[in-house]
Ligand binder design. Structure first.
Ligand code: TPP
Ligand code: MG
Length: 392
């Protein structure tokens, strides 16, 4: 990641809104999806062959490629450990990102440190790229904190479960960035299901009209719990951007190189004052929606198997091996690092202290609120009604 010096950034002031070229609605190449055959930007095929794209190419060193692979492997390992921890009763819930590693690592590694991210509840790979301690992600899922990290330490907002609301926050934040004359960009994540929310569509309107430096990254993982993508839209999602007046691009969401290239391009556009972009990362949710969900009730095994053949990690592994960019020692070391990460996460989670239950009322409002005070008193009385003074 390249980070310009603050001094250099400050001299790069945004052009005024009037001068910005936000009216342009075309991506570099206008992709028109054919029925049943969506056109998407791809740089690495499922078999791990490198292919060229006329508009969105990228040139990475062997070290950078290994770095992307490492990110994806460790993220998957962390995610598997979290799922296991939930199954053993150590977490209340977990939302797995299995299958979406390339979409998250590719887009996450396109960011500069001064950019700001607004995630949903599934962006564990992006959190990893931002340097958020993975064990912090688990506190909320264990129910021992209300978020787990300071958003401003890593420019990574707290996980947001109210679908789509973070796209409005991202748009407002991006408008503020523009007013400050900074050239940072904002990356807002959401899902295919959330694309139907009013909040997402309102944020498209605002960001387009105010030419906000925001990139909307939709991980179309084909499902919104049990609702398939066909119930969300009659057109490929990326094409919706055109109606709002900004470019939309569909990228192979299981291709980390393509996700990195397209997100970099969109973030640079935002920095230049050219306004928002919608990226639709076409991917697949390999796991259940959350650990509370049973996808065998509503989708076919064959569908999952089809997507297994497009696994984002296996395709980069094949490429690294075929090109001689990584040797056996690299893969062995990474395996050991993955195991160590899993062990570390497990130990930290199990040692997390049980918080004072009353603390949940403390940060609802900065200055307190009569209704919260009332609820606090009611809850204290409820706790006191138990023989040992506290409910389990
Ligand atoms: C406003 C709102 N409505 C409903 C829900 C319940 N809910 C949680 S996740 C989810 C599905 C979201 O699907 P999608 O946006 O595709 O994201 P994914 O979970 O697939 O990553 C729903 C309906 C919610 N959290 N917020
Ligand atoms: Mg979805």
């Amino acid at each position: 990641m390249t980070v310009e010096s603050t001094a250099a950034r400050k001299t790069t002031r945004r052009s005024s809104g009037a001068k910005r070229t936000g009216a342009s609605t075309g991506a570099k190449k206008t992709a028109q999806a054919k029925p049943g055959e969506p056109e998407l930007v791809q740089l690495l095929t499922p078999a791990g062959e490198r292919v060229q794209h006329p508009d969105y190419d990228i040139d990475l060193s062997a070290e950078e490629l290994r770095g992307l692979y490492r990110d994806m492997v460790l993220t998957r390992r962390f995610d598997a450990e979290a799922t296991a921890l939930q199954r053993q009763g150590e977490l209340g819930l977990w939302a797995s990102l299995l299958g979406q590693e390339a979409a998250q690592i590719g887009s996450g590694r396109a960011l500069r440190d001064d950019d700001y991210v607004f995630p949903t509840y599934r962006e564990h790979g992006v959190a990893w790229c931002r340097g958020v301690d993975p064990t912090n992600l688990l506190g909320m899922f264990r129910g021992v904190n209300n978020g787990g990290w300071d958003p401003n330490s890593n420019n990574f907002h707290l996980y947001t479960i109210v679908l789509g609301s973070q796209t409005l926050h991202a748009t407002g934040y991006a408008m503020g960035v523009a007013k400050d004359g900074a050239d940072s960009a904002v990356l807002a994540y959401f899902g295919d299901g959330a694309s139907s929310q009013g909040d997402v569509n309102e944020s498209f309107v605002f960001s387009a009209v105010y030419n906000a430096p925001v990139v909307f990254f939709c991980q179309n993982n084909q499902w919104a719990i049990s609702e398939p993508i066909e119930k969300q839209t009659r057109v490929p999602l990326y094409q919706r951007a055109q109606g709002f007046g900004f470019p939309g691009v569909r990228v192979d969401g299981n291709d980390v190189l393509a996700c990195l290239a397209v997100t970099r391009w969109a973030l640079e556009r935002a920095r230049r004052g050219e306004g928002p972009t919608l990226i639709e990362a076409f991917t697949y949710r390999m796991a259940a929606h959350t650990t509370s969900d049973d996808p065998t009730r509503y989708r076919r095994d064959a569908e999952r198997e089809e997507w297994e053949a497009k696994d984002p990690i296996l395709r980069l592994k094949a490429y690294l091996e075929n090109e001689g960019h990584a040797d056996a020692a690299f893969f062995e070391e990474l395996e050991a690092e993955s195991e160590a990460l899993g062990k570390h996460v497990r130990e930290v989670v199990r040692a997390m202290p049980v918080p004072d239950h009353m603390a949940m009322f403390d940060n609802v409002y900065a200055d307190g609120h009569a209704l919260v005070d009332e609820e606090r008193a009611e809850f204290a009385a409820y706790q006191a009604s138990f023989a040992d003074g506290e409910a389990e």
